[in-house]
Design a protein around this ligand. Structure first.
Ligand code: FAD
Length: 375
């Protein structure tokens, strides 16, 4: 089967990777838009502390986290060792130990059907500082040993490389859909027409304009996030530091070579696809970051990345065939946890495109809820 995947963020890259491994003839078309969410994402994989009540969301996030170790192992066996993934654990920090105990209780209840959470330990403020020496004094923490961090860029690239090794083609260009009647027949990019049995739209924040020529109004909104990369001086072993989740909405995570990431903002009132780095954004990230980790004051600012988190109605992802159309599938709305869920959702999209049974209840992620047909 010939399949075209439009978009090569974490979702498109994962989908293409799985399709190529299942033997499909795959063409990936990506426009490399500035603001690609995957390119800017922090990379925390720790869905089990979330207080969100939506069970369909939790099931997807949980399945996403569970999917990772097997995927990384598979990639490594294919020679892709630079995935940016490490199960470094997470510390949920708080000055109030009662709050941490409540979190621990919640997480313990979830342990039974998510053993991948690993061990849950309460750390004293001293033990917390030993784990991440740059933090302010006085934070106690709940340690979640199964949590991980992943470098979205590195994983996306490893997936794409591996997909290409399995025969997929990757084209850099602006794709639009080809259709006759209610059947999508392929895509156009770079002035060339590519035919396919199915097209899968993994276009994140840009899916709306792509589907509009079909008379479909696709309800995807997006939230801008600004996130700062610092280089901490004189810190060894940052690559094995746990992810730090404070009570504010901004976190701290570390990669090798002294790279520390803080942020990100949640900017809702933006015009178009505005990727500018704003003074207010930087101020917020630095205020929250330095309050959490005053030891970062001497670090060097390396870059600020900007990305658009894609959201669909109810802040719940949508996955499946586009109703009323043949040969057209999509997933979207991965929101603030798309690195967690993306690889798993990609595996589901690949199955759907090849007529295999998915492992999830598709009705829970009904694509129809994000669609208004205009004609
Ligand atoms: P994207 O990564 O945005 O990719 C969409 C791609 O489609 C783009 O490359 C675009 O160019 C392409 N495209 C669109 N239209 C076309 C077209 N017509 N032709 C060709 N190509 C097209 N998630 C977590 O799990 N943990 C985190 O810690 C985390 N932190 C985050 C921090 C920030 C600051 C941000 C912004 C996001 C974060 N996320 C996190 C969320 C996660 O990054 C996103 O949910 C996820 O990356 C979305 O992936 P995607 O593939 O759907 O979209």
């Amino acid at each position: 089967r010939k399949v075209i995947v439009i978009g090569a963020g974490i979702l498109g890259a994962s989908t293409a990777y799985q399709l190529a491994k299942l033997g499909a003839e795959v063409l990936i078309i990506d426009r490399k838009d500035p603001g690609q969410a995957t390119d800017a994402a922090a990379g925390i994989i720790c869905p089990w502390l979330s207080q969100r009540r939506n069970q369909a969301w939790y099931r997807l996030a949980k399945a996403g986290a569970r999917f990772y170790p097997g995927l990384i192992n598979e990639l490594e066996q294919e020679g892709e060792t630079e995935t940016g993934y490490a199960r470094v654990g997470a510390l949920s920090v708080h000055v109030d130990t009662d709050k941490l105990k409540q979190q621990e209780e919640r997480a313990r209840k979830r342990l039974e059907d998510a053993p991948e959470i690993g061990e849950l330990n309460m750390l004293t403020s001293q033990e917390t500082l030993e784990q991440v020496p740059l933090l302010a004094e006085g934070y106690h923490s709940l340690q979640v040993s199964g949590a991980a961090r992943v470098d979205g860029r590195a994983l996306r690239d490893a997936l794409l490389r591996s997909a290409r090794h399995s025969g997929a083609r990757l084209l850099n260009g602006d794709a639009s859909l080809q259709f006759t009647g209610n059947r999508v027949t392929g895509a156009v990019a770079d002035g060339q027409i590519f035919a396919a049995d199915s097209v899968i739209v993994c276009a994140g924040a840009w899916a709306g304009p792509l589907l509009l020529p079909l008379g479909i109004r696709f309800k995807v909104s997006y939230q801008k996030g600004q996130i700062m990369h610092l280089k901490a001086a004189d810190q060894a072993d940052t690559g094995s530091w746990p992810v730090v989740i404070p009570p504010t909405d901004q976190y701290l995570l570390s990669f090798g070579g002294g790279r520390i990431v803080i942020g990100a903002t949640h900017d809702n009132d933006i015009e178009g696809y505005d990727t500018s780095v704003t003074a207010g954004g930087i101020q917020e990230v630095l205020n929250k970051g330095l309050e959490l980790a005053p030891g970062l004051a001497d670090s060097t600012v390396e870059e600020v990345r900007v990305g658009f988190r894609p959201f669909t109605p109810g802040f719940l992802p949508v996955i499946g065939a586009v109703p009323g159309w043949e040969g057209l599938l999509a997933a979207n709305g991965l929101g603030a946890s798309g690195l967690t869920m993306g690889p798993f959702i990609g595996s589901q999209l690949a199955k759907l495109a090849l007529g295999l049974n998915p492992d999830i209840e598709l009705l829970d992620y009904d694509l129809g809820l994000a669609i208004e047909q205009q004609i």
